[in-house]
Write a protein that binds this ligand. Structure first.
Ligand SMILES: Nc1ncnc2c1ncn2[C@@H]1O[C@H](COP(=O)(O)OP(=O)(O)OP(=O)(O)O)[C@@H](O)[C@H]1O
Length: 133
């Protein structure tokens, strides 16, 4: 449905909640189209959530897992915002500050991904270990 949305070239503020929601959903759609990594994070999250149901995780395990997933998604979203702003400002010309901004934004995603992997190991290892052995 969102694919068919027309760019109405709005530059003024949103007038109501539904307009704000519409643009937020358009942002989600756009980040999926632009970012291969976001599609990877989404696929991995579905897999991990499936494992969570399979192993009947406890409430606090779910909370940590959801926190890890949301941190990765949020950092990827911010990374994409930075990439778009940098491209807009530099028009794809090389700038050291642009390189630093993009590299640092990518570092934020890397940190969130490391956090998610650690959380995943802590939560799933006790469930997987007996199956491996
Ligand atoms: N305008 C620029 N000036 C200098 N370096 C740049 C510029 N644009 C990109 N780079 C360098 O190229 C790298 C890749 O940039 P790009 O915009 O393609 O990110 P990406 O491949 O989409 O990254 P990610 O994998 O995090 O989504 C950046 O991390 C940066 O080091």
């Amino acid at each position: 449905m969102l694919m068919g949305l027309k760019d109405k070239r709005q530059v003024e503020k949103n007038h109501n909640f539904w307009q704000s929601l519409h643009h937020a959903l358009t942002g989600i759609y756009q980040v999926f189209i632009e970012e291969r990594n976001m599609r990877f994070h989404f696929g991995t999250s579905i897999l991990v959530l499936g494992l969570g149901f399979l192993f009947k995780l406890h409430r606090f395990e779910w909370l940590w897992l959801l926190l890890a997933i949301f941190l990765v998604m949020l950092s990827e979203l911010v990374n994409t915002v930075v990439e778009n702003l940098v491209d807009l400002l530099t028009q794809h010309h090389y700038e050291l500050a642009a390189k630093n901004a993009k590299d640092m934004a990518a570092t934020a995603v890397l940190l969130a991904a490391c956090f998610a992997i650690i959380i995943g190991i802590i939560i799933f290892m006790p469930h997987l270990w007996p199956l491996i052995n």
